[in-house]
Design a protein around this ligand. Sequence first.
Ligand code: ADP
Length: 410
Amino acid sequence: MKVLVLNCGSSSVKYQLIETSLEAIEKNEDHALGRGSVERIGTAAAVHTFQAAGRDKVTDSKEILEHRDALADILRMLAHPERGVIAGPADVDAVGHRMVHGGERFTASALATPEAIRAVQDCVPLAPLHNPSNLRGYEAARRILPDVPHALVFDTAYHQTMPPVAFLYGLPYVLYTRHAVRRYGFHGTSHRFVGWRSRVLLGKPREQTRLITCHLGNGASVCAIDHGRSVDTSLGFTPIEGLIMGTRCGDLDPGAIFHVMHAEDLSEHQLTTMLNKHSGLQGISGVSNDMRELLEAEAKGHERAKLAIDMFCYRLRKYIAAYAGVMGGVDAVIFTGGIGENASPVRARSVVGLEFMGLKIDPAKNAAAAGMEADVSAAEASVRTLVIPTNEELIIARDTVRLVAGAEQD
Ligand code: ADP
């Protein structure tokens, strides 16, 4: 079946059309027919980029004012006589939606029934920036493709297996019961995908694996996966906690926030913007939030670029060691996301000093691994280090197929 996978942001829609089925999942033979994005929705110069598998990328620019127009344009592109990959919208069998926050209500993906959509709306206060865009995209897609099943796949759902000792903050308990203040975690689809791939590569069932997955993109998080279940993860109530990220600060003493707020006379909005957009690699280096640019600047002797990279790797190393402690050991550490898949120096610097727990990278294998699956462990390492490109869209398409077929989710 052909599943249209949608990831709707406030002014963008990213999409893939994936050919998949229960049999194809079993054989790992499901694949994308095409992928694209519409950016700058709401402007007269929105940009629609599309690439059919095995063909050149095409780009159109036009006025696209709403998500509904973007969806219509996506279906036109997919069914374009020369560039497209389907005969018409009727060829789309189902739609899979990436949803950011499913609160405690969603512990797995779900079909988009009216009741499920109401539950996602109830989660809007937990993700006021993301869930409304996701819902707007869902409503637009439902209107354009009313007769096919729609599925909801949540960033948070995978982490609902965390125990209270991991998900609660050391705050008055009543804030959890009254306001649902707890750690939720994000990037669940990515952690789940690379966890599954690594078990395939290691040739081990979930019952025999303790994994630490490091999703390092602009946003970044680490996850401890014990027996196939997320038992801890570094993002929390919001996607600020944990690692140092492109523009987000990661772990921070809340006391520092109040001090800065008073000292700089900042409003709540200014403070939120500072923590989310002007901190992390960008804030420390003063150069860029982009790891590629930072590595280049560091090579030219830029000291704060070096400091930012060092801090990024140090924080990650702390989490890797902590999560090995949480699980009482670890069989493999997996790197994914734009940085994890491509930045070999970051991988190397993040495991320095962890030889005592059996983690050691082979420098040549590590340097050669970029954007592909690879085992970069040193021969003598007892803990494997793997590089696995993530594929969140594939998980969304697979969950959609399983929900439609009434099959068990993995
Ligand atoms: P997003 O979270 O927006 O999906 P990505 O997963 O694409 O982001 O990751 C973006 C990050 O990956 C950027 O910091 C970018 O510099 C980094 N990156 C991509 N390619 C490389 C590379 N070859 N070397 C180092 N960093 C890279």
